[in-house]
Design a protein around this ligand. Structure first.
Ligand code: NAD
Length: 270
């Protein structure tokens, strides 16, 4: 049920590839809650994915932009501000990719050129999006920027390889930029650390189904779905969370605070 939480707000959603993408769900919920949005994704994703379908549903445009290229981000913000007739209020960074994971390289045999690419796409792009917005003064006071993270930033998940470093950097950028953006223009910057979720990026991790089952067992409330993640992001874009900033917020059904689940004790006791 819509609450009108984003009535009058305007924002940019990155990373919607297909209907499984977390960003797809966030875009749908933001639109339902009364926001006007602009969609963006890497030029190659425009050919592979279904983002134009989403644009039709949300009555908006898609601006192709490679999030590692500052000129593309500048163009994205200029086009967005032209469309909205001014600044915007929220931004979702929902971007991740590791060539090492794609090529199934283990952590102890990483290709360093690919490692740099992982960091550029999955973490540095967040800094580039923030710094470009800061310089262009593109976000309204009490605006909200959210990036999606994963608990591999704090704990070891062997097959997550160099994405763990990317997520640690992403969360650090949220804290550091959150300080400066908070001082400069009262803009909030947070990361949401989401449960494993079945999406194109998620399925790329080997052993992903076992991952999902383990996390489900270890989370008293069960894994958080992409739709539930979208709900949480909407609260963070809304005026109800105006003093929440520089945080990594777990949205994981309790996984991050659970040492061991009773089911696992029982199965190991057999
Ligand atoms: N799926 C999970 O289990 C899970 C869990 C926690 C966090 N996350 C994070 O959620 C975010 C969204 O991932 P998802 O699971 O919805 O998968 P997804 O594959 O649907 O989304 C990833 C998006 O990143 C985009 N992208 C890749 N390179 C880009 C570039 N250079 N410029 C612009 N966009 C680019 C892709 O086109 C794609 O739309 C990622 O940051 C991911 O790490 C996912």
């Amino acid at each position: 049920m819509p609450y009108g939480l984003l009535k009058g707000k305007k924002g940019i959603i990155t990373g919607a590839l297909d209907e499984n993408s977390i960003a797809w769900k966030v875009a749908m919920r933001a639109y339902e809650e009364g926001a006007e949005i602009v969609l963006t994704n890497a030029p190659i994703a425009m050919r592979m994915g279904k983002i134009n379908e989403l644009a039709t549903i949300c009555n908006t445009i898609v601006v192709p932009a490679d999030a590692t290229v500052v000129e593309d981000i500048e163009k994205l913000y200029r086009t967005t501000m032209e469309r909205f007739g001014g600044k915007f209020d929220f931004l979702l960074h929902s971007i991740g990719m590791s060539p090492n994971i794609r090529k199934e390289k283990p952590y102890y045999d990483l290709n360093y050129d690919w490692f740099v690419k992982t960091l550029d796409v999955s973490a540095l792009s967040f800094h580039k999006m923030l710094q470009t917005a800061y310089k262009m003064d593109a976000i309204n006071e009490y605006g909200s920027v959210v990036a999606l993270s994963y608990i591999a930033a704090q704990r070891v998940f062997p097959d997550y390889t160099d994405m763990a470093e990317a997520k640690a950097m992403l969360e650090s950028i949220a804290r550091s930029f959150g300080y400066h953006y908070g001082k400069f223009r009262k803009v909030r910057v947070n990361t949401v650390s989401q449960s494993p979720t079945v999406t194109t990026a998620g399925k790329g991790i080997s052993g992903f189904e076992a991952f999902m089952k383990y996390a489900e067992t270890m989370s008293p409330l069960g894994n958080a779905t992409a739709d539930e993640c979208a709900d949480y992001c909407i609260t963070l874009f809304s005026d109800l969370t105006r003093k929440v900033t520089m945080q990594n917020l777990y949205h994981d059904g309790g996984f991050s605070s659970t040492g061991i689940a009773q089911e696992i004790v029982d199965s190991l006791s057999k």
